[in-house]
Write a protein that binds this ligand. Structure first.
Ligand SMILES: [Zn+2]
Length: 388
């Protein structure tokens, strides 16, 4: 017989979690995952603004306390150099960023350490510290020189995005006119060399043709460290369903970008502004060029981001879409925190990651699925490409 008390039990059985319980469960799961974020732009803040990421910052989206709170133990810090740095200037700037991150490691060895292998990651995270992975973002940073590429690898840099917003001498970008019809022969050699030395090829930012060329050449899984779904926001920086399927066949992983423009087409206008400012031609060198880059960084909008139309559920919906198209083994997180001017409601900084986990639980994902999404898939690629 269905008495009122039984009816309540029946209701609880159908919907066992209130939102608060779901968030509690999400926090518990998030604190137990090995959390990897395939892309942030925090290194710029360290170099230009001299922020101390060992303490909770009043602005921006990433620091060590908030990484720990959000369960992101393995952030990929992009040593990004704008494409208006040319040739040896781009190499110098990469070394400045590498050096700035080294001073963080040297000053806070109890909180953060450089990781250059899967084993490093597990050891450092096991010690409750942040395992920092360093990457470079833009093939122009090697100045068309394999010895520069190999030296970056020896400096502990584990991956390279083939282009940034603008084409370089050997690869087309998704946000500038095609110059090479994808990868040139030299560009294919870059991919082969990265495979050979154990550096991950990152296909975020590249043109669709460059993407397919890179996938065809690479004998190792590639990543799209910070890209989302073109089916949800039709911008060239996002991945089509066909690209997602090709990435899955390659064994790769796409890290979902949290930028408003990437998740919700209503916020897409912002991307155009970002492309225009960072692909501008600037006839400066040395200290004057660095001062220009500093001004761009400070005025760029990521230090005091705004919320737009995108929400944490849009991020969950994009993850859901990728899983439906490519499978559970090919999706991860690539927040782009500290590099985006519009953040989703509910995902304003890295400490809010449990909200995303709660949104995934609501969609029916299990703890095992969430472990893969939050870092397990990226860790597999690191193991396969970089090594144990
Ligand atoms: Zn980027």
């Amino acid at each position: 017989m269905l008495r009122p008390g039984n009816f309540l039990l029946l209701l609880l059985a159908i919907n066992p979690f209130t939102f608060a319980q779901q968030l509690d469960q999400a926090r518990r799961i998030q604190s137990g995952v090995l959390g990897i974020d395939g892309h942030n732009d925090t290194a710029q803040r360290v170099l230009i603004e001299h922020v101390d990421i060992s303490k909770r910052l009043p602005d921006g989206m990433v620091d060590i306390p908030r990484l720990q709170e959000g369960g992101v133990h393995v952030p990929f810090f992009a040593l990004w150099v704008p494409t208006y740095y040319h040739g040896s200037e781009a190499v110098r700037r990469t070394l400045d960023l590498r050096d700035a991150m080294q001073s963080v490691f040297n000053q806070h060895p109890d909180q953060i350490e450089l990781a250059t292998s899967a084993r490093d990651i597990q050891r450092i995270v096991g010690q409750k510290k942040i395992a920092a992975v360093l990457t470079i973002e833009g093939g122009h940073q090697i100045d068309d020189d394999f010895s520069v590429l190999r030296t970056y690898h020896r400096l502990g840099i584990l991956s390279m995005t083939l282009t940034h917003f603008r084409y370089n001498d050997w690869a087309d970008s998704s946000t500038s006119p095609p110059m090479h019809n994808g990868l040139t022969d030299f560009g294919r050699q870059v991919v082969r060399e990265m495979n050979a030395i154990g550096m991950i090829v990152d296909v975020s930012h590249v043109s669709d043709k460059t993407f397919y060329d890179a996938i065809a050449v690479s004998t190792k899984p590639v990543i799209a460290s910070h890209s989302s779904c073109r089916s949800m926001s039709d911008i060239p920086r996002n991945m089509t369903d066909d690209m997602l399927r090709a990435l899955a066949r390659n064994g790769g992983v796409v890290g979902v970008n949290f930028g408003g423009a990437f998740l919700n087409v209503a916020d897409a206008e912002e991307l155009k502004k970002a492309v225009a400012s960072s692909t501008a031609e600037v006839n400066l060198t040395g200290a004057a060029l660095d001062a220009y880059a500093a001004k761009e960084q400070i005025e760029g909008g990521s230090i005091h981001p705004k919320t737009g139309h995108a929400t944490v559920d849009d991020a969950a919906a994009c993850i859901d879409h990728i899983i439906k198209v490519a499978g559970i083994d090919h999706v991860g997180i690539g927040s782009d925190f500290d590099g985006i001017g519009t953040v989703p409601q509910g995902l304003e900084d890295v400490s809010k990651m449990p909200n995303l986990t709660a949104a995934l639980l609501k969609r029916g994902y299990t703890e095992a699925d969430i472990q893969k999404i939050m870092g397990g898939n990226f860790l597999r690629v690191i193991r396969e490409v970089v090594g144990q």
